[in-house]
Design a protein. Structure first.
Length: 194
């Protein structure tokens, strides 16, 4: 049986391109396991489901080596395990099956996993360098998400919350209870700073 695995690292990223590539490779949609999970984590729920279902003679298709796992060790361990279990591994990026029995096949796969890990490490380094520069040169730089602006809508929610419970405010306004609490805290801070 033919299966496919698609993964993106960020919640805002889209899986659809990978899913389409897997379908173009002949993987039925119902046999595609897809998730939004970082490749540095080994315990990926959809991958575990697929891996546990695979049997000798099955084939699993990946779009690129870095979809298997970001680190060389994770990717190599997964592929070695699949091949030992008699499961064929096809990588669209390689335009072929992984063959760890030939020196060339092993070298190509290892090279691509090393490059994927290198690319990830370079991104992490660039982000760290950018943050360090911003901290040093921007007096207004703050780590994390910027504080939300208090809009007219939030002010109305705050006014409503003065005479109603947090739960009632959340139900009536359609925001979460934690958002109501945050709005109250933020408006009180703003008023205190005036």
């Amino acid at each position: 049986m033919k299966f496919g695995y698609a993964r993106v690292s960020g919640l805002s990223q889209d899986l659809e391109l990978q899913v389409k590539q897997l379908e173009d490779q002949g993987v039925p949609r119902e046999n595609i396991y897809a998730e939004k999970f970082t490749g540095t984590k080994e315990e990926r729920p959809e991958w575990l489901k697929l891996s546990n279902q695979l049997r000798k003679g099955d084939e699993v298709v990946f779009t690129k080596v870095d979809r298997i796992g970001r680190s060389v060790k994770v990717a190599v361990d997964i592929v070695d395990d699949l091949l030992k279990r008699g499961i064929k591994v096809y990588i669209i990026q390689l335009d072929g099956y992984v063959n760890n029995k030939s020196a060339t096949g092993k070298m190509m796969f290892n090279f691509l996993t090393i490059m994927a890990e290198f690319e990830h490490d370079m991104i992490v380094d660039r982000l760290a360098t950018g943050k360090a520069y911003a901290k040093k040169n921007n007096p207004n730089y703050r780590e994390g998400r910027p504080k939300r602006r208090i809009t007219d809508r939030y002010r109305k929610i705050y006014e409503f919350s003065k005479t109603h419970s947090i739960r009632e405010t959340a139900q009536v306004t359609g925001v979460s209870e934690s958002t109501v609490k945050r709005i109250k805290r933020q408006v009180k801070q703003e008023e205190g700073n005036k």
